[in-house]
Design a protein around this ligand. Structure first.
Ligand SMILES: Nc1ncnc2c1ncn2[C@@H]1O[C@H](COP(=O)(O)OP(=O)(O)OP(=O)(O)O)[C@@H](O)[C@H]1O
Length: 373
């Protein structure tokens, strides 16, 4: 565990970048430091690998004061990833990744096979091994940066805005990759970002810092969203925190109704069983909604269904989004293969949200308001 004890950093010009920071960073999880520009995130992170020394307080790693540990041993136990990856421009991808193993005295062959293994782990085609950093996209460079940081299998990974320089889609891919790698490797990751959405997405714990390097709140993302400590944190979280919090509730408990389903080429039942009928293909994948009134007038166009949600592995946020996007007001639930397994109304999603907020942790069995039962 990494423990900050009343850590202060005052730069020689008098700037107090970090002010009495106390924090316990749990092992084998992702802790995000987030806050506005200049609030001391980078300074805090760099004090962990002693690129910057505190001017007050101390930092302990597994109970040992960092000051007591030789800097080079410490740095080798901590991978470090920065914005723009910071790769060595004149070294190939494989040589970049193998930097620390080579420093540790591994022979060339072993370091190289480790580099190949890590390229696969971070989702890079090993055919890129002989390229130079300038021959890669920004996202690929960041992956190399992550692979390089993981090369000597350090228990701690320090990441300073590692995904900030890439576009939102690449960034999402990198975030997913990091979560996947973390599931496999279980590192102690300290991650700096100024983006609260990234913090919520990645963090097991989130430390919100305010200008002057003071801790505003330290909490898991769900708790941060449900109970911001003060107006500063609330403001920093943004206006739609209620909606974002729904990402932490599963959709698995939503009671699905069996939609009146028809095949693409089928005639509609007469009389129709519902105001709208869900039209599916031969594999039960949704195609759209049929409106019996339109059909009667000879119009066979389907009403678009928006975006279905995953019945078992989705969230209430996705179910709500799905219901809101659907012109019929019904969200379509699908299984892992995209096959329709049922539908749920906006009202039922709303009831599930009320129940979740009432502390029931999921969706109610029926559409009754939570307080009634
Ligand atoms: N070497 C230095 N000398 C003087 N002041 C510094 C030095 N490095 C950083 N600072 C100041 O310390 C404060 C914290 O800087 P730091 O880089 O830790 O913030 P940050 O939260 O990472 O910011 P950003 O999100 O903009 O990267 C800022 O006011 C910054 O100007």
């Amino acid at each position: 565990m990494i423990r900050f004890e009343s850590v202060t950093k005052r730069y020689p010009d008098g700037t107090v970048a970090v002010d009495g920071l106390s924090l316990e960073i749990p092992d084998r999880s992702i802790t995000v430091l987030v806050g506005p520009s200049g609030c001391g995130k980078t300074t805090s992170l760099r004090m962990v690998n002693r690129m910057i020394e505190p001017t007050g307080g101390r930092i302990l790693l597994d109970g040992q004061d960092l000051q007591q540990q030789p800097v080079h041993t410490l740095r080798r136990s901590m991978g470090y990833v920065i914005q723009h990856a910071g790769l060595f421009p004149h070294r190939t991808v494989a040589d970049n990744i193998a930097t620390v193993p080579r420093l540790l005295g591994w022979d060339r062959g072993r370091a190289r096979s480790r580099a190949m293994e890590l390229m696969e782990r971070v989702g890079l085609d090993t055919a890129l091994a002989k390229r130079y950093p300038y021959q890669l996209s920004g996202g690929q460079q960041q992956r190399v940066g992550v692979a390089r940081a993981l090369a000597a299998d350090p228990p701690v990974l320090l990441m300073d805005e590692p995904f900030s320089a890439v576009d939102p889609i690449v960034r999402k891919g990198l975030q997913e990759e990091l979560l996947r790698i973390q599931q496999e490797l279980g590192k102690t990751i300290v991650f700096v970002t100024h983006d609260i959405d990234e913090a919520i997405r990645l963090g097991d714990m989130i430390a919100v810092l305010r200008t002057g390097g003071r801790l505003a709140q330290f909490a898991p993302p769900d708790q941060l969203l449900s109970a911001p400590a003060d107006a500063f944190v609330e403001d920093f979280l943004g206006a739609d925190r209620g909606i974002r919090r729904l990402s932490f509730f599963t959709s698995a408990g939503l009671e699905l109704s069996a939609a009146p389903v028809v095949g693409a080429d089928d005639a509609l039942p007469d009389p129709p069983a519902a105001p709208y009928l869900l039209v599916v293909d031969g594999d039960r994948r949704p195609l759209g909604w049929a409106d019996p009134k339109r059909r009667a007038a000879g119009d066979r166009t389907l009403i678009p269904y928006g975006r279905p949600f995953q019945a078992e592995h989705g969230t209430l946020r996705e179910a709500l989004d799905s219901a809101v996007l659907s012109p019929t007001g019904w969200a379509i639930a699908v299984d892992g293969d995209g096959r329709a397994v049922g539908v749920v109304s906006q009202e039922a999603v709303a009831a599930a949200i009320r129940a979740a907020h009432a502390g029931q942790g999921g969706a109610p069995e029926d559409a009754e308001p939570a307080g009634v039962r």
